[in-house]
Design a protein around this ligand. Structure first.
Ligand code: FAD
Ligand code: NAG
Ligand code: NAG
Ligand code: NAG
Ligand code: NAG
Length: 596
C-alpha cells in the first residue's frame, strides 16, 4: 500500500492519538522495535510483585541462597535493635573489607539512601528505611544461580541489580525495589601460561599467559596469587575493588597502565550470562560485539560476567616507590605548588612513573612508582618540584623512597597492608566529579599552568565541603596504543595522561536539600574543565552521577555502536543502571520505559 506522505502529515496535525499510533508503527521497523514489549518493573507494593510462596519456590531453585536484604545498620535501629548484632555492625561499618561482605551495605553509604529515606549510623531511635537497598539478594555462587535469578527477574518484571563489591561511585550496584545478584563469593583464581580463547583454531593463536578470575575475586586476592605465580596483572590500586565486575568493564586504570594499557586492553575472554539467561563466551573469535562492548561499555549493562580472563605480564626486577608529603604553612602557596607539580607530569610519564597526587587545602601528598630504577633516578626526576618546595619558608616536605623486590611487596607495604585495613575509609557519603586530561595539555608550561589553575579554581568552588582533588597519572604510553576497534572505552582515554577527580563528602546529618546543593555545586564547578577540554571525557567509573551529556562524556564516538549492541543483546532492557548504555530509554528512576 502506498500512502502519500502529505496524507500522514494531515493526520498527524489533526489527530494527536494517531501520531502515537504512527510512532509505534514506525518504531516497529526501527531500532526501538522492542520498546512496546517493555513494561514498568513491579514494586513490592503492587499486585504483580511475586507472593511469598513464589519467592520461596525461587529460593529453592537457587539452593536456599536467597536473602531478605536490609540496610547495613538495620539491627542497630528500633524495632529491630539487637545488641550483639549491632556491636558487630559497629566494628565493621566504616571498613572497606567489611562492606563488600554485607548484602545491604555499599562502599559509599549515600547509595543506601533513596532521597531522604535510609538507615544510616547508630542512632537507635532514628528511623530506619529500606531506602535504595535491594529487597532480595541471591548470594550466587554458581552459573546456575545467576541464570535462574536472571530468568526470575525477567519473568516477573523485577528490577535487577548486579552487585560485586558495592564500590561503585554512581550507585550502580544497587537499586530500590530490586532483586540483587551478588557475585562476590565466586573466588576462582587459575593461571594458564598458554591460554587460547575458546573457539580459536589452535594454530591461529599463540597461547598467552593468563589469569582466570571468578566474578568475585578482589584485587588483593588476585595480586597475591599472581605474585605466587611470578607474574603481574593490570589492576586497581585498592585492595578491595573487584577484578572482573564494574572496574574492568568500565575501563580499569592501574599503576601498570602506562606499561601495559588499561584493564580492558588486557582482557582475553569473558563468560557472561545475558538477559535471555544463556551463558555466552565472548572473545576475539565468538560473540565479538559483546566482547567489544564488555571492554569499556560498563558493568551492569550487557549481562552478568561470571568469569574473566586477563593477560599476565612477567614481573619487574624491582619497583621503586616514592612517597612525598608537603604540608603548607601558607595556603596561598598551593596554586604555585600545583602548577609546579603539573609541569612535571609529562616528564614523569616519560620516565616510566605512575601514581596518584592528592591536593587538599593545606597539603599535597603523592605516591608514585617506577620499575627497575634506583633512588638516584628518583632524586633527579623529582628535583624540580622538591627543590622548589625546600626553598619555601614555612613548608614541610617529607620524602620517602624505597625499592621493593616486587609489585606485591610494594602493595603489601602500602595500600594492602594490615595497617591500612584498620583505617576507616568507607561507609561515608561520597560523590565525585572528574575529567580526563589530554597529554597535549601537559606538554608545554603555558598549557600545564592553565590546567593547574583551572583545577584549583574548580577546587576552590568546593570549599566548605572538605575539598580534595586527586590527580592520577595512570594513562599515556601503553594506554595510547589501544583503539576503538578493540575496546569501547571513551577514545579520550587514548589521548589522556591523567585523570583529575574532585571528591565531595558530607556527614549523615546533612539535609536532603543541602546534599542536593553540594551535588549541584560539584557538577557546576567542574564546568571549568568541561569547557577547557571539550573534546575530552570523564572516566565512567569515577564520574559525576549528574554528568551532563553523559553518553558523550563517558563513551564519545563509541556510544552509537554500544547502544546497538545493547539493544541486540538485551532487547527488553533487563539490565539498567544509572547513566549506563541504554538507560535513556527508561524513566529517571529506571522503573518504566520512557514513552516518547
Ligand atoms: C577505594 C576505591 C578505589 C578505586 N580504585 C580504582 C582504580 O585504581 N582504578 C580504577 O579504574 N577504578 C578504581 N575505582 C573505581 C572502581 O572501578 C569502581 O568503583 C567500580 O565500579 C568497582 O567495580 P566492582 O565490581 O568492584 O563494584 P560494584 O559496585 O559491585 O559494581 C560496579 C558496577 O559493575 C556492575 N557489576 C558488578 N559485577 C558485575 C558482573 N559480574 N557482571 C556485570 N556487571 C557487574 C554493577 O552492576 C555496577 O554497575 C576505585 C573505587 C574505590 C571505591
Ligand atoms: C531461603 O532458604 C534458606 C534455606 O532454607 C533460608 O535459610 C532462607 O531464610 C530463605 N530465604 C528467604 C528470603 O526466605
Ligand atoms: C536520634 O534520632 C531521634 C529521632 O529522629 C532524634 O530526635 C535525636 O535527636 C537523635 N539523636 C542524636 C544524638 O542525633
Ligand atoms: C554468601 O555465601 C558465602 C559462600 O557460601 C558465605 O560464606 C557467606 O556467608 C554468604 N553470605 C551471606 C550474607 O549469606
Ligand atoms: C625565606 O625566608 C628568608 C629569610 O627570612 C628570605 O630571605 C627568603 O627570601 C624567603 N624565601 C621565600 C621563598 O619566601
Amino acid at each position: 500500500m502506498h500512502i502519500p506522505s502529505s496524507v500522514w502529515s494531515v493526520v498527524l496535525v489533526s489527530l494527536p492519538w494517531a501520531a502515537a499510533l504512527l510512532d509505534t508503527a514506525l518504531g516497529a521497523s526501527s531500532s526501538s522495535h522492542h520498546s512496546h514489549h517493555r513494561k514498568c518493573r513491579c514494586q513490592p507494593s503492587q499486585s504483580c510483585w511475586p507472593d511469598d510462596e513464589t519467592w520461596s519456590a525461587f529460593n529453592e531453585t537457587v539452593g536456599g541462597r536467597l536473602i531478605a536484604t536490609h540496610p547495613a545498620a538495620y539491627e542497630c535501629h528500633d524495632p529491630h535493635y539487637d545488641e550483639a548484632a549491632c556491636s558487630q555492625i559497629q566494628k565493621g561499618y566504616y571498613h572497606d573489607w567489611w562492606r563488600p561482605s554485607q548484602p545491604g551495605a555499599y562502599q559509599h553509604a549515600n547509595w543506601e539512601v533513596q532521597d531522604d529515606d535510609g538507615c544510616l549510623g547508630f542512632n537507635r531511635t532514628a528511623p530506619c528505611h529500606q531506602g535504595n537497598v535491594p529487597v532480595y539478594t541471591v548470594n550466587a555462587t554458581s552459573v546456575r544461580d545467576i541464570r535462574r535469578a536472571v530468568r526470575f527477574a525477567s519473568k516477573h518484571h523485577i528490577r535487577l541489580a548486579v552487585r560485586n563489591t558495592g564500590h561503585d561511585f554512581l550507585g550502580r550496584s544497587t537499586a530500590a525495589s530490586s532483586l540483587s545478584i551478588w557475585v562476590f563469593y565466586n573466588k576462582r583464581i587459575d593461571f594458564d601460561d598458554a591460554f587460547v580463547p575458546e573457539g580459536a583454531e589452535d594454530d591461529d593463536v599463540a597461547g598467552t599467559g593468563a589469569i582466570i578470575l571468578g566474578a568475585g575475586v578482589t584485587w588483593a586476592e588476585a595480586y597475591k596469587a599472581a605474585d605466587d605465580h611470578n607474574v603481574m596483572v593490570v589492576g586497581g590500586t585498592d585492595a578491595t575493588v573487584g577484578t572482573s565486575g564494574g572496574y574492568c568493564q568500565g575501563g580499569g586504570h592501574s599503576s601498570l597502565s602506562p606499561h601495559f594499557g588499561l584493564c580492558v586492553d588486557n582482557v582475553l575472554q569473558y563468560k557472561v550470562v545475558t538477559a535471555d539467561g544463556a551463558l555466552k563466551v565472548a572473545n576475539a573469535f565468538q560473540n565479538q560485539d559483546l566482547f567489544w562492548a564488555l571492554r569499556g561499555g560498563g558493568g551492569g549493562t550487557f549481562g552478568v560476567v561470571v568469569e574473566a580472563t586477563y593477560k599476565t605480564h612477567p614481573e619487574f626486577d624491582s619497583i621503586l616507590l616514592a612517597t612525598i608529603v608537603v604540608v603548607l604553612g601558607d595556603e596561598k602557596d598551593l596554586s604555585e605548588l600545583t602548577r609546579r607539580w603539573f609541569a612535571l607530569l609529562n616528564d614523569l610519564s616519560e620516565g616510566g612513573w605512575s601514581g596518584v597526587t592528592r591536593i587538599q587545602s593545606r597539603s599535597i601528598s603523592m605516591i608514585y612508582e617506577v620499575p627497575n630504577q634506583d633512588k638516584e633516578f628518583a632524586r633527579t626526576a623529582l628535583a624540580p618540584f622538591v627543590d622548589y618546595v625546600q626553598a619555601l619558608n614555612n613548608t614541610a616536605i617529607i620524602i620517602l623512597t624505597h625499592t621493593f623486590p616486587s609489585l606485591w611487596t610494594a602493595f603489601e607495604a602500602t595500600v594492602g597492608s594490615p595497617l591500612v585495613r584498620y583505617i576507616k575509609t568507607s561507609g561515608t557519603n561520597v560523590r565525585l566529579s572528574s575529567r580526563l586530561i589530554p597529554q597535549e595539555h601537559l606538554q608545554t608550561l603555558e598549557r600545564s599552568n592553565e590546567l593547574a589553575d583551572a583545577v584549583m579554581d574548580a577546587n576552590r568552588l568546593h570549599r566548605g565541603h572538605q575539598p580534595s582533588v586527586e590527580v592520577q597519572l595512570v594513562a599515556g604510553r601503553a594506554v595510547t596504543k589501544g583503539t576503538s576497534e578493540e575496546t569501547s572505552v571513551h577514545p579520550a582515554w587514548r589521548k589522556a595522561l591523567v585523570n583529575v577527580i574532585f571528591v565531595g563528602k558530607w556527614n549523615n546529618d546533612v539535609s536532603y536539600e543541602a546534599r542536593q546543593r553540594i551535588a549541584r555545586r560539584m557538577t557546576s564547578s567542574t564546568d571549568i574543565l568541561r569547557e577547557l577540554l571539550p573534546e575530552s571525557g570523564a572516566y565512567f567509573n569515577e564520574a559525576d552521577p549528574d554528568e551532563p551529556d553523559w553518553q558523550q562524556a563517558f563513551f564519545g564516538s563509541n556510544y552509537p555502536r554500544l547502544k546497538m549492541i545493547k539493544d541486540a543483546v538485551d532487547p527488553m532492557g533487563l539490565f539498567v543502571c544509572h547513566k549506563c548504555v541504554g538507560s535513556e530509554d527508561w524513566t529517571e528512576d529506571l522503573m518504566c520505559p520512557r514513552t516518547h
